[in-house]
Write a protein that binds this ligand. Structure first.
Ligand code: ARG
Ligand code: ZN
Ligand code: CA
Length: 242
């Protein structure tokens, strides 16, 4: 396929309260954030004092809202066991998961903002889950996770990215142009914040795959871009999206 990869997005909304039945405007605001963050048009892309500006990437993937499906339920929270992804457990089945990215929006609970399935898993549960309070930039979106970056982070996982600290002390994210981090960052770290891992590199806390607050993260790297695009190539785990 020539040109920019375009991913249709099916949004499955599971709600008990009217607040959880988020507006189309809030859903569209999440799609808009994905389009900005994956195309280097986010307003904070050129933040000053970014020591990693030379490796920041325009990933070049577009997201198009395909359909919104809504279902009233009596569940107060859904957890992380994929119950929201199956009608047999009260949720909504994925729609065309080999050609469309499914997003489930519900109350997850337990302080979880969102979670995603990596490439290579079962089609029936493929997609990303976002808590409605951390979806998009308007409506019920709640500070400090009110800029849609949970969606960007989870779609990063869905496209095969690991956490920047490699889920271990000074672990690896399998990407060579991201530095080694001690652990997850939170809040908005100070400019110049260094890791104590080998070489004491400046940490890339402004990367979407860290745990920084939404206003503190604004880039993917070229290495992350290659890792994401590889899964859509012929023979890749998401080649069916081409
Ligand atoms: N904790 C979630 C995860 O591990 C998402 C973190 C998103 N961070 C943010 N600033 N919105 O997938
Ligand atoms: Zn994550
Ligand atoms: Ca790395």
């Amino acid at each position: 396929v020539n040109g920019v990869l375009e991913i249709p997005v099916v949004v499955n909304v599971l709600y008990r309260t009217t607040a959880e039945n988020i507006s189309l405007a809030q859903i569209q605001s999440q799609i808009d954030v994905l389009n900005k963050d994956f195309n280097a048009t986010n307003s904070d892309y050129n933040t000053a004092n970014n020591p990693y500006s030379s490796v920041r990437a325009n990933v070049g993937i577009r997201f198009v809202l395909d359909q919104v499906i809504r279902k009233a339920t009596n569940k107060t929270s859904w957890g992380t066991n994929d119950a929201m992804k199956r009608t047999t457990t009260g949720g909504l089945n994925a729609v065309s998961p080999t050609t469309k990215m499914n997003m489930w929006i519900c109350t997850i609970g337990g302080g979880i903002l969102g979670y995603a399935q990596f490439p290579g898993g079962a089609a029936a549960t493929d997609g990303v889950v976002l808590d409605s309070k951390y979806t998009g930039t308007t409506g019920t979106a709640t500070f400090p996770f009110n800029l849609g970056r949970t969606g960007t982070h989870e779609v990063g996982h869905w496209m095969n990215l690991r956490h920047i600290w490699g889920d271990a002390t000074c672990g690896s994210d399998l990407v060579s142009d991201t530095p080694t981090h001690n652990a997850a960052n939170s809040g908005v770290p100070a400019v110049g914040h260094r890791s104590t891992c080998s070489g004491t590199p400046l940490e890339m806390y402004m990367n979407y795959m860290d745990y920084t607050d939404d206003r503190g993260m604004y880039m993917f790297t070229n290495g992350q871009k290659s890792r994401m695009l590889a899964i859509f190539n012929v023979g890749g785990s998401r080649a069916s999206f081409r």
